[in-house]
Design a protein around this ligand. Structure first.
Ligand SMILES: Cc1cc2nc3c(=O)[nH]c(=O)nc-3n(C[C@H](O)[C@H](O)[C@H](O)COP(=O)(O)OP(=O)(O)OC[C@H]3O[C@@H](n4cnc5c(N)ncnc54)[C@H](O)[C@@H]3O)c2cc1C
Length: 590
């Protein structure tokens, strides 16, 4: 069975050496000293290792089943869900007014990472609930907040997000679910939604569905869409549960991975719902949930890769095959362990340098969200720009790295018993849901680069430039600064190509969008590795005890800069080849 140990030391390095959170000018951060965050992360590590990891394979093997209209989750899920809820793990960053603990989003992110690594499918029930909580917190009336939030905070009730219909996923303008206004101010919701994660289950007494539907008078396309709160069970004025609403599960999908999470067809047959946010502005309200969910999915990308990596390392140290070409390392054994071989090292270094870089980017992103929550417009703009990069790049690479971890196991990785197949199957969905990665790339190039007149991407370039300049004359940092400068220039050249060619021919920009998302992903990780290297040197210069940890950090960063950032040149070359090679064939020629 695969194992997992939460990388608390690395998390602590990021929080305190890199981000220096207790000194940051963000409300709530000054309380987050090393011992406080270590205590939380150690406890979360225990929960993930002792409760969630053993359930991961159970969830994969058993899956979820529809029995007499109710979805049954895998054995052990219900008890674990209750334990996490009672332990307060679901409410870390929720507002104290609604029963939460009021910690920053950053702490939710770090804790969430270990839960996702341990059991991605299980954690989605809580993740979607968190999204529903945020949407109601931001867009709900005081009455709605009082009614729905306290139970969502504790996960006594869970949440879902209902966008997709059989004929529309990306193009939500096509959606058909209808909302008919009623005399009492409620709406009757009628339609079918598909692929609804955590759509039904037996772990909570109620489920609060957030449903996109079209109310009369909104016009065509996405403009006519509104968002509704539609509970599985009606809630009486005194907060007690009433009758069942006209919401039912049509089917639980059989799928490639995340078997422990129920992916449901949901039928709304004149179900009672209430408008959340403004009429016909449902996409705006849903985006609160989707942006958060996208960051959660970005985290899934590297968190599953982390668990796969840990198992690959253990296997590479244990499995004996072949001899080290530079000299025998295991003379008493029949062969040397796999880890002596340079190609296995390459593979492991690619995984390690990606996972640690992505963790840094995600935590930094979480600090931007905490700043944005305090009304910091620059942080809000920057995280808006970075969100498609985090989602698209980290989930693509996360899947690739899970496959590489599986590769370390050779044929044994393909056999279910080792658990490596589950990591690959689970990681795959993150590239697809919350807006498929191709659509993230379109959002980045077609919308985010130009947002507010390009102000946020310019601020990003300035940030990279300032980082490089800060290390002028520091020879130890040259191996970081020079590749980062080159990659940043390549990213600017790609942006220039889009500006010069995209107006004449939009395909010229869109054909390069996927490469741009990856180019920018590498620049982001290059920036993170430069900052991490500096933080590691600073700790070493200050006489840090655990020198091996910091030396390893610097060597891992050097690998990323030397071996991964050169990919930016290839991405730029593809972008600059324009749309012609991509669009050369007529549709009939395929
Ligand atoms: C396991 C699972 C869980 C899910 N959970 C939820 C959930 O909880 N709630 C929910 O509402 N939905 C959920 N979904 C749905 C998911 O978000 C959609 O599947 C996804 O957004 C893509 O929509 P689609 O499948 O209709 O693909 P389509 O929109 O048909 O897209 C197909 C392909 O075409 C590409 N494409 C589409 N339009 C364009 C364009 N204009 N330019 C270039 N390329 C384009 C896409 O990138 C994609 O690769 C889930 C799906 C799965 C499989």
């Amino acid at each position: 069975m695969p194992t997992y140990a939460a990388p608390v030391k690395d998390m602590q390095f990021l929080l305190h050496d890199l981000l220096k959170i207790s000194e940051a000018d963000i409300p709530g951060y000054s309380d987050l000293d090393r011992s406080f965050t270590e205590a939380i992360l150690d406890e979360a590590a225990k929960v993930s290792q002792e409760i969630l990891t053993p359930l991961n394979v159970v969830g994969d093997a058993e899956g979820c089943h529809l029995e007499n209209g109710v979805v049954r989750t895998p054995k052990g899920f219900k008890a674990a869900f209750r334990t996490l809820s009672e332990g307060g793990w679901m409410s870390l960053d929720a507002a104290p007014d609604y029963g939460g603990q009021g910690l920053p989003y950053l702490m939710h992110t770090a804790v969430n990472e270990s839960f996702v690594s341990a059991n991605m499918a299980f954690n989605m029930y809580q993740g979607l609930t968190h999204g529903a909580y945020s949407a109601i917190l931001v867009h709900g009336t005081e009455e709605q907040k009082a009614k729905w939030l306290p139970k969502l905070v504790t996960c006594e009730w869970t949440g879902t997000m209902n966008l997709t219909e059989p004929h529309c996923g990306t193009d939500l303008g096509l959606l058909r679910t209808k909302a008919e206004p009623q005399a009492d101010g409620s709406y009757k919701i009628t339609g079918q939604k598909i692929f609804i994660s955590a759509g039904d289950h037996d772990m909570a007494e109620n489920i609060v569905h957030l449903v996109l539907a079209k109310a009369p008078g909104g016009g065509e396309g996405t403009k006519g869409i509104s968002l509704f709160i539609v509970p599985k069970v009606m809630v009486n004025d005194d907060g007690s549960l009433g009758d069942r609403n006209a919401v039912s599960v049509g089917k639980v999908e059989e799928k490639m991975g995340i078997h422990g999470n129920a992916t449901c067809v949901m039928n709304y047959d004149g179900a009672t719902g209430w408008l959340l946010g403004e009429l016909h502005k449902g996409m705006k309200a849903m985006f609160t949930m989707m942006n958060e969910a996208r960051l959660g999915v970005a985290l899934q990308g590297y968190a599953v890769a982390e668990a796969a990596y840990q198992n690959a390392v253990a296997y590479a140290k244990d499995r004996l095959q072949g001899r080290d070409v530079t000299g025998v390392k295991n003379p008493t054994g029949p062969a040397d362990p796999l880890i002596v071989h340079p190609d296995i090292r390459r593979n492991l270094m690619e995984q390690k340098s990606f996972v640690e870089g992505a963790r840094a980017l995600t935590y930094w992103g979480a600090t931007l969200i905490d700043r944005a929550h305090q009304g910091d417009a620059a942080a809000d703009g920057l995280i808006g720009l970075l969100t498609p990069v985090l989602k698209g790049f980290q989930t693509d690479k996360g899947f690739e790295m899970a496959v590489q971890a599986q590769q370390v196991f050779g044929g044994h990785g393909y056999i279910e018993e080792t658990g490596m197949s589950q990591f690959v199957r689970d990681a795959r969905i993150a590239q697809i849901y919350e807006g498929a990665n191709g659509v993230q790339a379109l959002d980045l190039v077609g919308r985010k680069l130009a947002t507010d007149g390009g102000k946020h991407v310019m601020a990003f370039f300035e940030m990279v430039k300032a980082e490089c300049k800060a290390h002028d004359g520091d020879d130890r940092m040259a191996g970081f600064v020079e590749p980062l400068k080159a990659a940043s220039k390549q990213m600017q050249a790609a942006g220039m190509f889009f500006m010069q060619n995209g107006m004449k021919n939009p395909n010229a920009a869109l054909a390069g969008s996927y490469d741009f998302m990856h180019l920018m992903g590498h620049v982001c990780l290059g920036l993170m590795w430069t900052r991490m290297a500096k933080a590691a040197y600073t700790a070493l210069d200050a006489g840090a005890e655990d020198r091996a940890f910091y030396d390893t950090k610097i060597a891992t960063g050097r690998f990323y800069m030397a071996r991964q950032l050169p990919a930016c040149a290839a991405h730029l070359a593809r972008i600059e080849s324009g749309a012609d090679p991509v669009m050369a064939l007529a549709a009939e020629a395929f």
